[in-house]
Design a protein around this ligand. Structure first.
Ligand code: UDP
Length: 328
């Protein structure tokens, strides 16, 4: 049985990857320090013999006994609010964390796939974003802790590949959504749905003309699985090119939830990217991958998930306090 270590395994994406690799017949080790991950996301796997959970911080030395075939590095805060709340941990997991993962990969002769991000393109001056665009990142802005950690992570990964011959894969993940996102992580989709469920106005930042392109989580997991199994070393964008303005997105959420609340406008956070859309020719050609789930379908499933959460989760203490973290 092949063995895979998934760091950030209790997080949104990590937990969906655990499900997929369990289903594919792997022995799965999920590792998480549970700062932003949640055991609820993986508790259904605990009864399985081919699943283990290590409560560990990947910024510290990682020990895994026995053989290991694959490592997926998905540990990291990933919402703008999270990395404003915990900036040092964000920098550490992308730098010390990846160093430990790559060292482990080298020691075990394992293949490693790292979760990179569209944030490596910063506030992009090229649209849509192709993998060969180098980006427009403010290293000292509020997003710098995430963007630069992820850029360093890519550099470190290529260095281990070139210098030590470690087998590496890099996925650049664009905005992704689905069940198990944290309702109160501050991201736009859970923010809007949470506001609708609480009977609050939906808060659009800026004039809402900035764009994002949202990918349903199952599509993303399929792309990642294919990339891991491919022999392609350079970064690959995985995302859904269906681009929408945040203003129109708010209107879609109003329709979806049937809320009678208004859409209100607040100042735009500093360095908020104005446009984002993945160019996915590389994924199409090399992996034969493209997204299959429409936003309409994916949003329906995600809304059902958020509706099933408890009253306590909906009113979790920090939900209305984002303003104290956002730098405008
Ligand atoms: N946004 C918004 N209202 C919110 C939260 C976010 O208008 O309550 C905007 C945010 O300014 C950004 C977009 O929605 O332009 C996506 O934000 P998110 O935090 O989901 O992630 P990003 O794509 O910026 O990393």
């Amino acid at each position: 049985m092949k063995k895979v270590l998934i760091t950030g395994g209790a997080g949104f994406l990590g937990s969906h990857l655990c499900d997929r690799f369990v289903k594919e017949g792997f022995h799965v080790i999920a590792m998480d320090n549970l700062i932003t991950g949640r055991l609820e996301n993986i508790e259904h796997l605990f009864k399985l013999e081919n699943f283990e959970f290590y409560h560990h911080d990947v910024s510290k030395f990682i020990h895994v006994p026995g053989n290991l075939d694959y490592i997926l590095h998905f540990a990291s805060p990933a919402s703008p609010i999270d990395y404003l709340k915990i900036p040092i941990q964000t920098l550490k997991v992308g730098s010390l964390g990846i160093h430990n993962c790559l060292g482990l990969a080298k020691a075990k002769n394992a293949r490693v796939l790292i979760a990179s991000t569209s944030e490596v393109y910063g506030d992009p001056l090229v649209h849509p974003q192709t993998e060969d665009y180098w980006g427009n990142v403010n290293p000292i802005g509020p997003r710098g802790v995430y963007d630069e950690a992820k850029r360093f992570q890519e550099a470190m990964t290529m260095a281990y590949h070139r210098f030590h011959g470690v087998e590496t894969r890099i996925v650049r993940i664009f905005n992704t959504y689905g069940p198990r996102m944290r309702l109160n992580d501050g991201r736009v989709l859970p923010a809007f749905i949470g506001q609708a469920l609480r009977g609050e106005d939906l808060t659009v930042f800026g004039d809402g003309s900035q764009t994002r392109s949202f990918c349903y989580v199952d599509d993303l997991v399929e792309g990642i699985y294919r990339l891991l199994m491919s022999d392609y070393v350079e970064p690959v964008n995985i995302g859904n090119p269906d681009e929408i303005t945040i203003k129109d997105f708010a209107e879609e959420i109003v329709k979806l939830t049937g809320t009678d609340q208004k859409v209100v406008y607040k100042d735009l956070p500093k360095d908020d990217p104005k446009q984002r859309q993945p160019e996915i020719t590389r994924a199409r050609e090399i992996l034969g991958w493209e997204p299959k789930v429409s936003r309409q379908e994916g949003l329906k499933i995600t809304y059902e998930y958020f509706k099933s959460l408890s009253h306590d989760e909906l009113y979790e203490k920090d939900h209305y306090n984002f303003d104290k973290y956002i730098i405008r």
